[in-house]
Design a protein around this ligand. Structure first.
Ligand SMILES: *Cc1c(COP(=O)(O)O)cnc(C)c1O
Length: 356
């Protein structure tokens, strides 16, 4: 990218991760179908990194303000972080967080690979009290959390964790780097499921870890090679394309989500609305228990009944339909991912399903 530090993020995002401006060069990094390269170049083998991964990493690094390393999915990114922890590391993680990471942490704990404690991270004092100041101590933050939308005070948690000698990892999938930048708040590593808002079109799997520590970044690249968790060329291309419009998508989705949250609060079938005042995810509880919630999810025509979040299309899902979801998530909780449709159309469709 031409070096213009005065550019806003929105402008820099349009021009980051592109080939040099030279006659005959394409404007975007092409989708390169290759596992191996003529010897003697920057990378000989695609598992070590490609021009496609470098483009994703440049764009995400710009967004989060650090050195990004791309992985084949958000879970692969999380696993690379966990895999780097010393045997017996003590991890304090959210009591209710993303089900996949939560299940992986529980498995590593059962195997004796880590020692796991869970905390309500919206209570900083209680969460920090669990830290033991032992070597290899890690605080794993997810804020807002999936799917309960609990909000943590990242700056306070980082201060307390560092004072106890713990490293801090922050899953920033729900907030996006436009909502908050955990590295600016002192976190050691930030991770994303770029499958969600960063990619933004429900058409790829990708994960990233970002850090300001060059050694840690180099370790993560090495770990990606060893774990074989390299993203594909098409996924890298789509993720870069998706991130160019993140500011526009994020602004629109947030505005619609705020409108919908307000209207939902006034609807007689909705017993609780969880919306942290920003972001594009809303969780609601409805009357009629699991069955009532299933009827709503199955009764929309515009909202898509599907898992995941962060795409241009609005999605609705009852989280407890998954056996792996935490029993602390209410049976009637519906997670709404607000997309880019007209908010009045979204409201009419949702209200019709709620009224049925
Ligand atoms: C989806 C998700 C993940 C996992 O990412 P994948 O790309 O699906 O592997 C991790 N954390 C959060 C908060 C998520 O929503």
């Amino acid at each position: 990218m031409p070096d213009h530090e005065s550019w806003s993020t929105a402008t820099a995002l349009i021009h980051a991760g592109r080939p040099p401006r030279e006659p005959g060069r394409p404007l975007s990094v092409p989708i390169e179908a290759a596992s191996t390269y003529h010897a003697g170049g920057v990378s000989d083998y695609a598992r070590d990194g490609t021009a496609g991964t470098a483009a994703v990493e440049e764009v995400v690094g710009l967004l989060e303000g650090g050195r990004a390393v791309a992985f084949s999915s958000g879970m692969a990114a999380a696993d690379a972080i966990l895999d780097a922890m010393p045997i017996g590391a003590h991890v304090v993680a959210p009591r209710v967080g993303y089900a996949g990471v939560s299940a992986r942490l529980a498995e590593l704990d059962r195997q004796g690979r880590i020692r796991l404690d869970r905390a309500d991270l919206s209570d900083s004092t209680a969460a920090l009290a669990l830290l033991e100041s032992s070597p290899g101590e890690v605080l794993w933050i997810e804020s807002p959390s999936n799917p309960l939308l609990d909000v943590a005070d990242i700056a306070a948690l980082v201060r307390g964790a560092h004072a106890a000698g713990a490293e801090v990892v922050c899953d920033n999938t729900f907030a996006t780097p436009l909502g908050q930048r955990p590295l600016d708040l002192g976190a050691d590593m930030v991770m994303h499921s770029a499958t969600k808002f960063l990619g933004g079109h429900s058409d790829l799997l990708l994960g990233v870890v970002v850090t300001r520590d060059e050694q840690r970044a180099a370790d993560l690249v090495g770990r990606r090679t060893l774990l074989g968790a390299a993203p594909g060329a098409l996924e890298c291309f789509l993720a870069v394309r998706g991130m160019r419009t993140l500011p526009l998508r994020w602004a629109r989705a947030q505005e619609s989500a705020a409108t919908l949250a307000e209207r939902l609060r006034a609807h007689p079938r909705v017993t609780r609305v969880r919306y942290p005042g920003r972001g594009a995810i809303i969780a609601i509880e409805v009357t009629g228990g699991a069955e009532g919630a299933d009827q709503v999810a199955g009764g929309t025509r515009l909202w898509v009944h599907a898992t995941s979040l962060g795409g241009v299309e609005s999605l609705i899902e009852r989280r407890r339909r998954w056996a792996a979801e935490s029993p602390e998530v209410p049976e009637s909780l519906l997670r709404l991912s607000v997309g880019l449709e007209d908010p009045d159309d979204l409201w009419r469709d949702l209200a019709t399903a709620l009224d049925a």
